[in-house]
Design a protein around this ligand. Structure first.
Ligand code: 5GP
Ligand code: MG
Length: 176
């Protein structure tokens, strides 16, 4: 596997994004909604850099998929906080086609928040299929399948401290 972003680079990008989030909200109370499971590492690092009054909730968005292709999306929000009349920031790992974030934002808007913004660690170049842009993006990356820093392949590699590109031959080796 080839390293795309080192631990140090990730840290710097997340810190920069935190500065932008603080500039946008100031000291206003914020409700973060992390999209499980890919956002857990980003969530842990990001919330410790934010100093406004903060609530943290999660929801799960999963598509029935195997490996690297996506299918029908389901959203489980049973574990989420009340977001009515709150400023909400949705945090996800990667903006790829964009369908996940668009559906999550639509679902949250049904719950009468004061505002909804979105923050992602990564945006993949040239992949978007939706007319929507995240408000905060730490890194733009090329169209390659990445793992680490929370992102998985078949539930593996989330614990890598850096971001790596999973090459086609890595995928072949994994199929055992
Ligand atoms: P989207 O709905 O924007 O296409 O992406 C939805 C989800 O697909 C992301 O939250 C992430 O879980 C997964 N995904 C998209 N691209 C990648 C990738 O390069 N690596 C990994 N591990 N997951 C990805
Ligand atoms: Mg995800």
């Amino acid at each position: 596997m080839r390293t795309l972003l080192s631990e140090k680079e990730l840290q710097a990008g997340v810190a920069q994004m935190a500065v932008e989030i603080i500039a946008a909200y100031g000291e206003r109370p914020l409700t973060i909604v992390g999209v499980l499971t890919g956002s857990v590492v980003l969530l842990a690092d990001l919330i410790r850099l934010l100093d406004m009054p903060l609530r943290v909730g999660v929801l799960q968005a999963s598509s029935y998929r195997s490996g690297t292709t996506r299918g029908q999306l389901t959203i489980n929000s049973e574990m989420m906080l009340n977001v009515a009349e709150r400023d909400v920031l949705v945090v996800d790992d990667i903006f790829d086609t964009g369908h996940t974030l668009v559906e999550v934002v639509a679902k949250l808007k049904e719950l009468s928040p004061s505002s909804v913004k979105t923050a992602v660690l990564l945006r993949k170049h040239g992949r978007q299929e939706v007319d929507f842009s995240p408000d905060f993006v730490a890194f733009e990356i090329p169209d390659e399948f990445v793992v680490g820093y929370g992102l998985d392949y078949a539930d593996q590699y989330r614990n890598l401290p850096h971001l790596a590109v999973l090459e086609p031959e890595d995928l072949a080796n994994n199929r055992s």
